[in-house]
Design a protein. Structure first.
Length: 100
C-alpha cells in the first residue's frame, strides 16, 4: 500500500495517496511511516496544521524519516529555531541526523 501511495504522490494524485496511507496506518496503527507520508501529502496540499501533527506523530512512533521532514517543514514556515532544536535533540540522542 505504501509503495502504491508513494507512486500516486509522485503522480500528484494526492487524494489517492492519502487514502492509501490512511489504509496502511489503520492496518498497523503503531507504525509511524504512514503518518510521516500523510504529513508529506498534507504539506503538499497546503494543510500545514495537519502536516505538522502527522510529522510529530510519526516521530513519536519512532519513524526517523520524520526528523528531516519536520525540520524542513519548520524551515519552510520560518520556524528555524524549532528546526535547530529538533536537529540538536536528534544529535544529542546519538542519532545520525538524516540529510535535509
Amino acid at each position: 500500500m505504501l509503495k502504491l501511495g508513494r507512486i500516486r504522490g509522485q503522480q500528484c494524485r494526492l487524494r489517492e495517496a492519502e487514502d492509501l496511507f490512511k489504509e496502511a496506518w489503520a492496518l498497523e496503527p503503531e507504525w509511524g511511516e504512514p503518518g510521516c507520508l500523510l504529513g508529506s501529502v498534507y504539506h503538499q496540499e497546503g494543510r500545514s496544521h495537519e502536516a505538522e501533527v502527522h510529522f510529530k506523530l510519526a516521530l513519536q512512533m519512532g519513524d526517523e524519516r520524520a526528523v528531516p521532514q519536520l525540520a524542513k517543514f519548520y524551515i519552510m514556515h520560518g520556524r528555524t529555531n524549532e528546526a535547530e532544536r529538533l536537529l540538536e535533540q536528534c544529535c544529542q540522542l546519538g542519532d545520525d541526523t538524516p540529510t535535509l
